[in-house]
Write a protein that binds this ligand. Structure first.
Ligand code: 5GP
Length: 124
């Protein structure tokens, strides 16, 4: 079920638990602002999720209320992950789902990073 991105942050969401290491994940990157780990149900050869350490439900509250330093830190982290995975030269895709029409299921901001293959059309 897609989430309502206008609801307050829920500290018991699955990505909050991954951040606190209460449930395992296959981490590929971490820094002061973000962590990245492989999606449990990959939709491409490479499918990594990049999430901020901060308590943000979606791109909406993050872009509206996060401090500039955190916004910059998160965006740089996404780029760092792609570079670290060697995806710049072959290319990759970023995707953020927001709310009902976006099909967002986890109420903690995440950017999907897809790569490792030709990714086809933007929307199937
Ligand atoms: P959304 O639809 O919210 O944009 O994407 C949520 C993503 O989180 C999905 O691609 C789903 O496979 C992934 N996911 C859900 N639960 C877990 C989990 O416990 N671990 C990992 N690694 N990924 C998860």
């Amino acid at each position: 079920m897609p989430i309502d991105p206008t609801l307050p942050y829920d500290d018991n969401n699955i990505f909050a638990k991954i951040l606190r290491d209460e449930i395992p994940s296959n981490r590929v990157y971490e820094d002061e602002w973000a962590i990245a780990f492989h999606d449990i149900n990959p939709q491409a050869e490479i499918h990594v999720l990049v999430i901020p350490r901060g308590r943000w439900v979606s791109w909406d509250d993050f872009s509206a209320r996060a401090e500039a330093e955190e916004v910059a830190g998160f965006i740089r982290a996404v780029g760092n992950v792609a570079r670290q995975l060697g995806l710049v030269e072959p290319g990759y895709r970023l995707l953020a789902n927001i709310g009902q029409n976006g099909g967002q299921e986890v109420p903690h901001l995440h950017v999907h990073l897809f790569g490792g293959q030709a990714l086809g059309r933007m929307i199937a």
